[in-house]
Design a binder for this molecule. Structure first.
Ligand SMILES: [Zn+2]
Length: 248
């Protein structure tokens, strides 16, 4: 569908939904030739999952919008760069774009069932953006994948772990460079191991860490270590070889 007309063909509808006495206001921007019933059903599930996770933070998610995308070309144009087949959603502040479920299998490398997971992932970004606009990118990507249960097993390269520790662990530097060095797979492993070892509550603490000069110190404290041993602790979480005796 490369010739899909991007402009002037979409309708915006506002939709209100109450879940567990939380009110959500969503604007859905879509092409009315393709129904959005599945989007709405999945959206309720995605909001429920995130509301449950973020409940202790007592956040009222501010109104947000979802724009449905119908072709890879449109997605890439929206991001201003060529995008890869695995990219299926993108969140910016309180708005995100995502492929319409009918186009998920055609335009991305995912199966149609993964639409629900991407939706849950992007909704998680809305929450984290609101809780801490200065969050660390890796925490945001790791937690979003964890909540959305996106867990493909990927081998992580040692040089990428080194790159991550040097450039991304306690700062947000260059987003494309970060993503290009297994910026999804590495935080997926850290968050998975950290929540198994220390409990899911730790994720809430990680979300609150700001990408500033105190970040390394705060991360170390949350992970029961000190700044000197932080890299070692993180490497242990990534590779699954954490030394439990350091957990004090
Ligand atoms: Zn993401």
């Amino acid at each position: 569908m490369d010739n899909y007309e991007i402009m002037n063909t979409k309708t915006t509808k506002q939709w209100e939904q109450s879940i567990n006495s939380c009110e959500f206001v969503v604007s859905i921007i879509y092409d009315d030739r393709f129904p959005i019933d599945e989007v709405k059903t999945r959206l309720i599930q995605a909001l429920e999952r995130n509301e449950e996770f973020c409940r202790s933070l007592k956040v009222d998610l501010r109104p947000f919008s979802i724009e449905l995308i119908y072709s890879r070309l449109e997605f890439s144009q929206r991001l201003g760069r060529e995008t890869e087949a695995w990219e299926s959603g993108y969140c910016d502040n309180n708005k995100f774009i995502i492929f319409h479920p009918n186009f998920f299998e055609i335009e991305t490398s995912h199966s149609r069932e993964d639409f629900a997971k991407t939706l849950t992932h992007e909704i998680n970004h809305l929450y984290i953006n609101q809780i801490n606009p200065k969050k660390l990118w890796w925490v945001s990507e790791g937690v979003a994948q964890h909540i959305a249960r996106q867990c493909p097993k990927v081998e992580i390269k040692t040089e990428n772990i080194e790159h991550f520790l040097a450039n991304s662990l306690s700062q947000n530097k260059n987003y494309r460079d970060y993503i290009a060095h297994q910026g999804y797979a590495i935080p997926r492993e850290i968050i998975k191991s950290a929540s198994q070892i220390y409990g899911e509550e730790i994720l809430i603490e990680l979300i609150k860490v700001k990408a500033d000069k105190n970040a390394a110190k705060k991360l170390a404290k949350i992970l029961y270590t000190d700044s000197k041993r932080l890299n070692q602790r993180i490497t242990g979480l990534i590779t699954g070889n954490i030394i439990i005796k350091n957990y004090a």
